[in-house]
Ligand binder design. Structure first.
Ligand SMILES: [Zn+2]
Length: 456
């Protein structure tokens, strides 16, 4: 190549480069800003994140100004890198954050707006770049919801159920009762609403005192959308529970026939019946309990029950609630469990009826519970019927108190014909004895239902 040829080539390359750079650095497309639709700021303030993308020269800077009733508060400017000289593939993106703390800025509660301006590295607009503007509505709310509890002392028992009524002054994103490390949401009777957007007014908290939270006392909490939180301590006198222990000796016949059959049915290797029993009593039991929790996640927000629950007719209690069971083979402990229901025995194949009015939410095989039916009684209360020999209802059926749902049997992990009856409240097993007692319902639950009723 000649000297002048080389020069021409260099000029062409340089010219093309300048054109390309010029084209990128003079583009006219403003950046896009990803930001929250709105901000609700509470007592503690918030850090707000932004993502700025630009398909041309790249994001340059972003500024934020909080505009409120009494003026403006600049929150600063963030620079976003050096930009780019060639339009390479996907848009360039940068993130930035601003902390907004109305209390530190001395702002009163009310409405405000966050004004955002983002610029890119284009040379347009007299070298200031293309601009994207955004206005985000802001609500400043530093006051926590007020909680008014129904006065009076509530008596309760560990493993049992508690009803409380209270009123909340404003919309909440979360309110209910904490017991130890557990949380049980309250219910506005008859109201279907998103769990995180609950209207103000009266509600009922119907919740268990789980036996795995000994010594824990309930605390009512309410949180609004801004994260302001109130807590109130109701006067609940709790009688702790003595946990009875029982020893169950597993006969060879039970392991070799019942367990081998059940192992086959639930997909456990039956070759070693004792190992199969241990796996059924731990892993399969846990899986079955998880399935139950999934089935009972949703309950109608009205009480479907009428009066006391009914115990199985002519039945004898063969095992009480919350009994700790130790299983023995040849005098050695091989497994353990906690019995979260009542075992009720009568004649083999006895009719099993709905303990109260409710809707069938489960009617199928359920591992250790065998043929099993679960009813929703509303407000998070469910009854479970296990070991049935046959089921006469299907999911969706509405049953009246006393209406037949099947017959007793010994399907699942059962050593003889009996009904395993259990009540679950907000996901935890509770002692059915209280719900069988008309007086307990009349004294402890009905007044709270009346106090929390929607017309009030
Ligand atoms: Zn049982």
């Amino acid at each position: 190549m000649t000297r002048s040829g080389l020069r021409t080539l260099l000029l062409i390359v340089l010219g093309a480069g300048l054109l390309s750079v010029g084209w990128v650095r003079c583009e006219g497309t403003p950046p896009t800003v990803e930001a929250p639709d709105q901000l609700i700021l509470g007592k503690t303030g918030q850090t707000v994140q932004f993502t700025i993308s630009d398909s041309g020269a790249g994001p340059k800077s972003i500024t934020a100004v909080l505009v409120h009733a009494k003026g403006e508060e600049p929150l600063g400017e963030r620079t976003l890198g050096i930009g780019r000289w060639l339009p390479l593939g996907s848009p360039a993106a940068n993130s930035a954050e601003f902390s907004v703390d109305p209390k530190a800025l001395g702002l009163a509660d009310g409405e405000a707006a966050l004004h955002i301006s983002a610029r890119d590295h284009s040379l347009r607009g007299w070298f200031s770049g293309n601009e994207a503007r955004l206005e985000i509505p802001v609500t400043i709310d530093s006051r926590a919801p007020r909680v008014s509890l129904e006065p009076g002392i509530t008596y309760a028992r560990r493993g049992g159920s508690v009803a409380l009524a209270y009123r909340v002054s404003e919309r909440t994103r979360r309110d209910g009762v904490e017991v130890g490390d557990r949380f049980f949401p309250s219910i506005r009777i008859g109201v279907e609403e998103p769990a995180d957007q609950r209207g103000p007014g009266w509600r009922i908290a119907l919740f268990p005192l789980p036996i795995d939270q000994p010594g824990a006392t309930p605390v009512v909490i309410a949180e609004d959308a801004a994260g302001n939180r109130t807590q109130a301590t109701p006067q609940v006198r709790i009688e702790e529970r003595h946990i009875p222990e029982a020893t169950l000796v597993l006969p060879p016949r039970f392991l070799e026939t019942k367990i081998v059959d059940l192992a086959d049915a639930v997909g456990v290797n039956p070759d070693d019946p004792l190992k199969a029993f241990q796996e059924i009593n731990s892993r399969i039991r846990t899986e079955n309990e998880q399935r139950i929790r999934a089935v009972i996640r949703d309950s109608v927000p009205v009480p479907l029950w009428e009066g006391a629950f009914e115990q199985m007719a002519n039945s004898k209690v063969t095992s009480p609630f919350a009994e700790k069971r130790n299983y023995l083979v040849d005098g050695a402990k091989v497994s353990e469990s906690t019995h979260y229901g009542y075992d009720l025995a009568s004649l083999a194949g006895s009719p099993i009826t709905a303990s109260n009015t409710g809707r069938v939410v489960f009617a199928d095989e359920l591992g250790i519970y065998g043929h099993c039916v679960i009813l929703d009684h509303g407000l998070g209360l469910f009854s479970l019927y296990g070991h049935l020999s046959n089921i006469d209802v299907t999911v969706g059926d509405r049953l009246e108190k006393g209406q037949a749902l099947g017959s007793s049997g010994q399907t699942g992990l059962a050593g003889g014909d009996h009904l395993h009856f259990a009540l679950l409240l907000q996901g935890d097993y509770v002692d059915p004895v209280e719900w069988w007692d008309a007086r307990w319902l009349r004294d402890r639950v009905d007044p709270k239902l009346a106090a929390a009723r929607p017309s009030r």
